[in-house]
Write a protein that binds this ligand. Sequence first.
Ligand code: HEC
Length: 201
Amino acid sequence: MKRTWILIGLLAVLVLAAATPRVSSNNQSSTNAPVYTSDGNLKFPTQYREWVYLTSGVDMSYSPNMSMDHSMFDNVFVNPEAYKAFLQTGTWPDKTMLVLEARMAASKGSINKKGHFQTGNIMGREVHLKDEARFPAKWAFFNADDGVTGKLLPREMDCYSCHEQHGAVDTTFVQFYPTLLEIAKKKNTLSAAYVKEEAGK
Ligand code: HEC
């Protein structure tokens, strides 16, 4: 009888141990998960500059006749957990966070004679976040210009429609992220709309 209780006790300990979530040694899984404010916005992931770098676009524009009086870079970063999952599957896992940072470009400075470099002047920050339980369309956009709080952007904004209609993988612009595009092709995860768009060229 006594032995049965000891066995049951041991089993309970084992079950509990198995059910306890493990935090990786560098604690990344907890620090890179989205944290929301009480009013439904997102705490901006200020550590995004330690994440995986995907691309820099220079003066990219959605319409042919848009002209700016300055040059600008946009740099895209993703949390490393999501990047690793993408390498395996060709698509984004739940809790993926992508940050787009816009920086003012300059051409005159130090020894530079030609071309553009990035400056310390950040002109904007935006977040694209996948949280399947929280958002009906799985993904949501946030504007985090102050670098502190990501303001949830409403579904009617064109962020959602453009990304859904033209993003190569799961509403993200993987066609411009050179290390990921090849993986998406191999894993067959390109969106039908993107494949059609490319075929029509
Ligand atoms: C007309 C199309 C279009 C619209 C509208 C648009 N985007 Fe994007 N977005 C892009 C393209 C193209 C890229 C790739 C940028 C690069 O390669 O540097 C991108 C990339 C991003 C990224 C990087 C992660 C990803 O999903 O690929 C974020 C974050 C982002 N956009 C946020 C926004 C927000 C916020 C809005 C609305 C205020 C918005 N976008 C509106 C075309 C669009």
